[in-house]
Design a protein around this ligand. Structure first.
Ligand code: ATR
Length: 283
């Protein structure tokens, strides 16, 4: 007897450039899981109807991307506490008929960091650059796993201050303007770049100069296209270890995949799938 194919997907607007369908469908195939992952372009005005529709037609889980990560929260049956604190959901899982919202962006980042840096993160003096949605997911997740000393630098300092004052952990964080971060960059052993700067057409732009970094620092940029931003190039030239955002993309997907199927996917293979699509070598 043929079983019922499981259906997954991603909702967002725009959605045509999402790499998630290729990544998940390849993994379903490799693991012999009878499932299909489809991209759905859903406009904001249709979000409620779309979520209700997905419930009714029996979708087993889906990812949520821009611009719906926050707006979807009141439309779900249950929210995981960390996703609730972050105020954004990127993964929905059907559990006993209910849609439960999770955030695997921050945890995906941490997984990729552990893979590439192999350090106990707790004691690291950390700087996050940027104070948008991605920064918030990473900041809260780092605090939730006990990383204590995380500062945030942002062009608009009020947004960094708001992230810090809103955090529900007992963290010792400071908000910095970009110039201040640049001046004391040598004090940080972990530097995480989350600002949307350094992509085409502004490939030669960086939020700050890394002239003063320590050669033993680890520098992460969550951008993955280009594979090496100016920011990462400068870090590498200073002798620092670097990673781009491909690992975060892979692991946020791998964590979602595991929640949906209870099967741990092959993250290295998922990364190769993405690297092939992007046409470069993994960084
Ligand atoms: P995401 O969800 O990817 O984090 P976002 O919420 O729009 O995106 O946040 C974008 C971040 O990039 C913000 O921290 C933004 O700084 P502001 O808060 O000052 O707007 C930062 N950013 C974008 N362009 C920048 C630039 N040219 N220089 C420095 N920071 C920049």
């Amino acid at each position: 007897m043929i079983g019922l194919k499981k259906l997954y997907g991603v909702i967002g607007d725009p959605i045509v450039h999402s790499l998630s369908p290729a990544m998940h469908n390849k993994e379903f195939k490799e693991l012999g899981i009878d499932a299909y992952y489809h991209p759905f372009r859903i406009e904001g005005k249709d979000l409620k109807t779309a979520v209700e529709g997905m419930k009714v037609i029996g979708i087993d889980g889906f990812n949520v991307t821009i611009p719906h990560k926050t707006a979807i929260i009141p439309l779900l049956d249950k929210i995981d506490p960390l996703a609730g604190a972050i105020g954004a959901v990127n993964t929905v899982v059907r559990e006993n008929g209910l849609f439960v919202g999770y955030n695997t962006d921050g945890a995906g980042f941490v997984e990729s960091l552990k893979e590439d840096w192999k350090k106990d993160l707790a004691g690291e003096r950390t700087l996050i650059i940027g104070a948008g949605g991605a920064a918030k997911a990473i900041y809260y997740t780092l605090l939730s796993i006990g990383v204590q000393r995380v500062d945030i630098a942002n062009r608009t300092i009020q947004k960094a201050e708001a992230l810090i004052s809103g955090q529900p952990y007992d963290a010792d964080s400071k908000a910095l303007i970009l110039e201040e971060a640049e001046a004391k960059i040598g004090e940080y052993s972990l530097i995480i770049q989350t600002a949307s700067i350094g992509m085409a057409p502004e490939l030669n732009k960086s939020p700050i100069s890394l002239k003063g970094i320590s050669a033993s620092a680890f520098v992460s940029d969550i951008i993955y296209n280009p594979a090496e931003t100016m920011f990462l190039k400068q870090a590498r030239q200073k002798g620092a270890k670097t990673q781009n955002g491909l690992g975060m993309l892979v692991y946020q997907g791998a964590l979602a995949f595991e929640k949906w199927t209870n099967v741990k996917p092959d993250a290295a293979r998922m990364k190769r799938t993405l690297t092939n699509i992007l046409g470069g070598s993994p960084c």
